[in-house]
Design a protein around this ligand. Structure first.
Ligand code: ZN
Length: 367
C-alpha cells in the first residue's frame, strides 16, 4: 500500500491579515500579478494593491473576466509572462483561485491564494475546475503541487454575506463522511497519485467534522454580524484548510458524485450552490452506507438548522419525474465517479432509492 499526503506549503490565517501580508509574499520575489474581479477590486482589492505597492512590491493588477476557462487562463498567462511575473496572487472566490492556480502551474511560478470567501475548498487544493466561456463544466486540471502560500484574512471573510460561510460549512461537512467511506473501502484519494489515505489526511477530515459540530452555530452568528470570533476562526479553518486538504488527501465518495449527478437536469436546482447540493449528497452518502438513525439525525438537524437542502423540495425537485430522478441517479453512478469509492457496488437503482429515502426521512422527521 502506498499512502500520500499533500497540502499548501504555507497556510496563514488571521484578522486583518491583508494589512501585514507583504512579509509572507516577499520571499517569492518583488514583482508579480494580482488577479481580482471588479467587485473584489472595489471591496478590498484596491486597498490590498495600494498596501503591497507602497511596501515596495511591484504589482500588476489584472482584472479577472469571471470564468475559469482555457481562454481566460491563456489571456492572463500572457500578461504574466510579458511582465516577467515572479508570482501570481489570487484575491477572490473559487473561479479566481482556480484560474490563478492554472496560470501559476503553466508558468511554473509560485501561486499565492488569498480567498475572500470561506464558501469552498479551492484555496488549498492542487486542482482547478475548468468551465467554457458560457459557464458549462469542461474538466478538472490536476497539478504537481498545492499552492505555495494561502493567506486567509478572517475580517474579509466575516465581511461577506453569511450565506457563503454556510455554503463552505456544507461542503466541509461532507469531508469526513466521504473520507470514512474511502477508509472503509481502502480506496485511493483525490490526489492524482493513485495513493491511499495517510493517518494525517484522515485526522484532518475528522477534525474538520468535529470543529463544525462544535463551533458552526457561534460562527454563523458572528459572521452574520460581520464579527471575527474564535469560533469563526475555527470554522474558516475547517472550511478552507481542513476541508480542502482533508478531502484531497482522504478522498471523495457518494456526496460529491450526487452533486455531479444533478447536472443531468436543468432548471432551478442550479440556483443552488455547490455546498447546498453537496449537503443533500452527504445525507445520501450516510443512507447508502447504512448509517445509524442517530448519526443521520445529527447531520440532518445540523443542515436543517442552517437552511441547507434536506428534501427534494429544498432542491427545487419536488415536481421532478421518476425519469428525471433516474437520470440524476445514472449520472451519479457513471464510470469514474467517486461514488464507486464506497467499498460496495452502488447502482443507479440504489441511488434512486437513497434519494427518495433521504427525502422521506427528512419530511417525516420535521413533520
Ligand atoms: Zn466540494
Amino acid at each position: 500500500m502506498t499512502t500520500a499526503f499533500a497540502s499548501p506549503s504555507t497556510y496563514v490565517q488571521g484578522k486583518d491579515l491583508l494589512k501585514t501580508a507583504s512579509k509572507y509574499i516577499k520571499p517569492f520575489g518583488d514583482h508579480g500579478i494580482l488577479l481580482t474581479d471588479d467587485i473584489v477590486w472595489g471591496l478590498v482589492g484596491q486597498r490590498f494593491y495600494d498596501y503591497l505597492t507602497k511596501g515596495g512590491l511591484k504589482i500588476e493588477h489584472v482584472q479577472f473576466g469571471g470564468e475559469s476557462s482555457p481562454e481566460e487562463i491563456d489571456r492572463i498567462k500572457e500578461i504574466a509572462a510579458k511582465s516577467d511575473a515572479q508570482f501570481v496572487i489570487s484575491l477572490g472566490g473559487g473561479k479566481t483561485n482556480d484560474t490563478t492556480k492554472a496560470v501559476g502551474d503553466q508558468l511554473k511560478i509560485p501561486i499565492i491564494i488569498t480567498p475572500t470567501l470561506a464558501s469552498n475548498d479551492s484555496p488549498c487544493t492542487r486542482l482547478s475546475v475548468l468551465y467554457s466561456e458560457d459557464g458549462s463544466f469542461l474538466k478538472y486540471l490536476f497539478y504537481d503541487k498545492n499552492p505555495d502560500l494561502v493567506l486567509v484574512d478572517t475580517s474579509v471573510i466575516a465581511g461577506a454575506p453569511v450565506k457563503f460561510l454556510i455554503d463552505g460549512i456544507a461542503d466541509a461537512l461532507s469531508t469526513n463522511v466521504e473520507a470514512q467511506s474511502v477508509r472503509r473501502a481502502r480506496e485511493t484519494t483525490l490526489l492524482p497519485l493513485q495513493t491511499q489515505q495517510t493517518e494525517a489526511g484522515l485526522a484532518l477530515a475528522e477534525r474538520c467534522e468535529a470543529l463544525l459540530f462544535h463551533y458552526a452555530d457561534q460562527a454563523v452568528a458572528a459572521a452574520g454580524d460581520h464579527t471575527v470570533t474564535p469560533a469563526l476562526d475555527h470554522i474558516v479553518e475547517a472550511n478552507t484548510l481542513l476541508s480542502g486538504v482533508g478531502a484531497e488527501s482522504s478522498g471523495l465518495a457518494a456526496a460529491h458524485s450526487f452533486q455531479n449527478g444533478l447536472t443531468a437536469l436543468s432548471g432551478d436546482v442550479h440556483k443552488l450552490s455547490h455546498g447546498q447540493k453537496v449537503a443533500f449528497g452527504t445525507l445520501l452518502n450516510l443512507v447508502l452506507e447504512g448509517a445509524s438513525d442517530e448519526r443521520l439525525v445529527r447531520f440532518l438537524t445540523f443542515e436543517h438548522r442552517f437552511g441547507l437542502p434536506t428534501t427534494l423540495k429544498d432542491l427545487h425537485l419536488e415536481n421532478a419525474s421518476e425519469d428525471d430522478l433516474r437520470k440524476v441517479a445514472e449520472l451519479t453512478t457513471q464510470d469514474g465517479e467517486t461514488i464507486h469509492n464506497m467499498g460496495f457496488k452502488v447502482t443507479a437503482d440504489d441511488v434512486l432509492e437513497g434519494i427518495k429515502a433521504v427525502d422521506a426521512f427528512s419530511r417525516s422527521y420535521f413533520g
